[in-house]
Design a protein. Structure first.
Length: 487
C-alpha cells in the first residue's frame, strides 16, 4: 500500500495520467504491417493490374482490433502483421476502411496475436501548440521500432492526400514522419493524440509531418459501430467570408465580425431547400461563426466545417441565419453522403468500362485523369468544375472515349479521342450503364454524338460483329465490358 501511495504521488508530480501506458506496454501493442496490393490499370482496364508491396504501422485498440491508415491497406490482396520481439507473422484482414479520412481497422483470426497486448488509450483533448509528442512506427521499411519526437506546430484543416478531395482537421508536428510511419500512433504522456499519416518531401517543407487527431479517429470508430461505414456527411454549400464593412451594410448586418455568406447551395445536397444563396450563417449548433468562417470550440479557433465534420448519418445541424434582414433558425439533417466522388481517388474497386468496335469508353474520374494525363480542355473543365457548375445534374457520369484499339473498322476515328459521349442513336447517355444499354440494342448502325462535336461517329453493326474476336485476340481483351466496381 505504501509503495502504491508513493507511486501515485510520483505520477501526480509528473502529471502522468493513471490510465497512460508505459513505454514497454506501448511497444507490445505496436504492429508492423506488410501489404501486398494490386493497383488497377485504367489504361488497360480488363487486366488485373500490377502487384506491389509496402509496409506501415498500426496499433491495438479496444475490441481486439488494429487501427492503421487506409492508404497502408488500400487495394490489399494479402496482409500480414508482426509484433515487437515476436518472430511469428499473423494474417490479417480489413474489417472497416474509410478512404475519405484515411483510417482502417484490421482484425486477426489468430487469438494469440492479442496475448500480452493492451489497447492504447486515446487522449480526449487535442494537444496544445508547442507541446511534445512521440511518433512510433517503422519508417523506410525498417523491421525495428523507431521513435521520433517533436512538438505540435499547427492545428488546421488540411486536404488528406489519400483521397485528394476530402479536408479534415489535421495536426502538424516537426517530428519526422516518413513512409513506414503511416498508421503508427502519436503519443503524449502515454496516450494516443493522433495517427501519423502524411508528410512533405523535398524542398516544399522540411521537418513537417501530419497526424490524424483523435476527434477524426473517434468519429470513424463511432461510424463503424453498426458494422458498416457511412462516410462523412457534406453540408453541400459554398461560403464566402464577410470581412468587407460595405458588403455587411448592404446585407443589413452590424459591423461585429459575425457571419459568413452562403454563395451557393447544391441542388441535390443536404441543404437543398433549407439554406438559400444569400443567407448569412451566424451560428452553428450555438457556436458563433466569425466573419472569416472560424468558430471557437474547446478554447481553439477552428473552421466552421469542423462542427459538421463530427456529424454522422441521421444527425442534424442547426444554423442561426440572417435572411432578408431577419434572423431565422433552420436545421439540416444528413440522410446520405455526397454521392459524386469523381474528383476523389478511388480504391478497392475495379475500373468500369465498355469496349465497342475497338473504342474504349470510361467514366471520367481522378484515376482516369492521372492514368491518361489528359490535356483535353473539355475533359479538364468537366473534371475541375463538376461540382461548382452542377455538371452532375446532366451527367451523373461523364463518359469519355478514352482510347482506340486500332483496327480497320476504326482507322479514321483518332480525332474523336477524349470526346464526351452525349447520345447514341438519339438516346441520352448519362451513365456508363446507359451506354452499354444503347449498344446492346440491335441496330444497323450506331450513331454516337459527342459533346460539342458537330460530326458524329458512325459504326456499322455488321462490321463490329466481324471484328469483335479479331480485336479481342489482338489486344488480349478478356472482357468487353465491366459495369460493376465490385472486386
Amino acid at each position: 500500500m505504501r509503495r502504491f501511495f508513493w507511486l501515485l504521488l510520483l505520477m501526480l508530480a509528473l502529471q502522468v495520467p493513471l490510465s497512460a501506458v508505459s513505454v514497454p506496454e506501448i511497444r507490445k501493442s505496436l504492429v508492423r504491417i506488410s501489404t501486398t496490393s494490386q493497383n488497377p490499370n485504367y489504361r488497360v482496364p480488363w487486366i488485373p493490374g500490377s502487384l506491389s508491396s509496402g509496409t506501415g504501422a498500426g496499433f491495438v485498440i479496444e475490441g481486439k482490433r488494429v487501427l492503421t491508415n487506409a492508404h497502408v491497406v488500400s487495394n490489399a490482396r494479402f496482409l500480414s502483421l508482426e509484433r515487437e520481439n515476436d518472430p511469428k507473422r499473423y494474417i490479417a484482414k480489413v474489417q472497416s476502411i474509410a478512404h475519405d479520412c484515411d483510417l482502417a481497422v484490421l482484425t486477426v483470426d489468430d487469438p494469440s496475436f492479442f496475448e500480452g497486448t493492451r489497447p492504447l488509450p486515446f487522449e480526449k483533448e487535442i494537444p496544445q501548440i508547442e507541446s511534445s509528442v512521440s511518433v512510433y512506427g517503422y519508417p523506410i521499411g525498417g523491421r525495428r521500432l523507431s521513435v521520433t519526437t517533436g512538438v505540435i506546430s499547427r492545428i488546421d484543416f488540411q486536404t488528406y492526400s489519400h483521397s485528394a478531395l476530402d479536408s479534415h482537421l489535421a495536426i502538424q508536428t516537426n517530428a519526422a514522419i516518413n513512409p513506414g510511419n503511416s498508421g503508427g500512433p502519436v503519443l503524449q504522456n502515454g496516450k494516443v493524440v493522433g495517427v501519423a499519416f502524411q508528410g512533405y518531401s523535398g524542398d516544399v517543407a522540411q521537418n513537417t509531418g501530419y497526424m490524424i487527431p483523435v476527434p477524426v479517429v473517434e468519429r470513424f470508430l463511432k461510424d463503424i459501430e453498426d458494422g458498416k461505414y457511412d462516410h462523412y456527411m457534406d453540408i453541400s454549400i459554398q461560403t464566402f467570408p464577410l470581412l468587407n464593412p460595405a458588403q455587411r451594410r448592404s446585407l443589413g448586418l452590424p459591423d461585429d465580425n459575425v457571419g459568413i455568406l452562403v454563395s451557393s447551395v447544391s441542388s441535390i445536397g443536404a441543404s437543398a431547400g433549407i439554406l438559400e444563396e444569400g443567407d448569412v450563417l451566424l451560428k452553428v449548433d450555438g457556436h458563433t461563426i466569425e466573419s472569416d468562417g472560424f468558430i471557437t470550440l474547446n478554447g481553439e479557433r477552428i473552421e466552421m466545417p469542423e462542427i459538421v465534420e463530427r456529424k454522422l448519418k441521421g444527425d442534424s445541424v442547426t444554423f442561426e441565419i440572417w435572411r432578408k434582414k431577419e434572423k431565422k433558425q433552420v436545421s439540416v439533417t444528413f440522410k446520405e453522403r455526397w454521392p459524386f466522388q469523381l474528383q476523389a481517388n478511388q480504391y478497392d474497386i475495379k475500373p468500369r468500362y465498355v469496349l465497342f468496335g475497338g473504342l474504349l469508353f470510361q467514366p471520367l474520374s481522378r484515376d482516369f485523369v492521372q492514368a491518361y494525363q489528359t490535356s483535353d480542355l473539355r475533359c479538364r473543365y468537366l473534371f475541375d468544375f463538376y461540382v461548382n457548375d452542377n455538371i452532375f445534374e446532366k451527367h451523373p457520369e461523364v463518359i469519355v472515349l478514352s482510347a482506340i484499339l486500332p483496327d480497320p473498322i476504326n482507322t479514321y476515328l483518332n480525332d474523336f479521342r477524349d470526346g464526351v459521349v452525349e447520345e447514341v442513336n438519339g438516346a441520352k447517355i448519362r451513365t456508363l450503364d446507359d451506354l452499354a444499354a444503347a449498344f446492346a440494342k440491335e441496330s444497323d448502325d450506331y450513331v454516337i454524338k459527342l459533346l460539342g462535336e458537330g460530326r458524329p461517329i458512325v459504326l456499322e453493326r455488321a462490321a463490329i460483329e466481324s471484328a469483335r474476336e479479331r480485336i479481342k485476340s489482338r489486344y488480349n481483351v478478356t472482357a468487353e465490358a465491366n459495369l460493376s466496381e465490385s472486386l
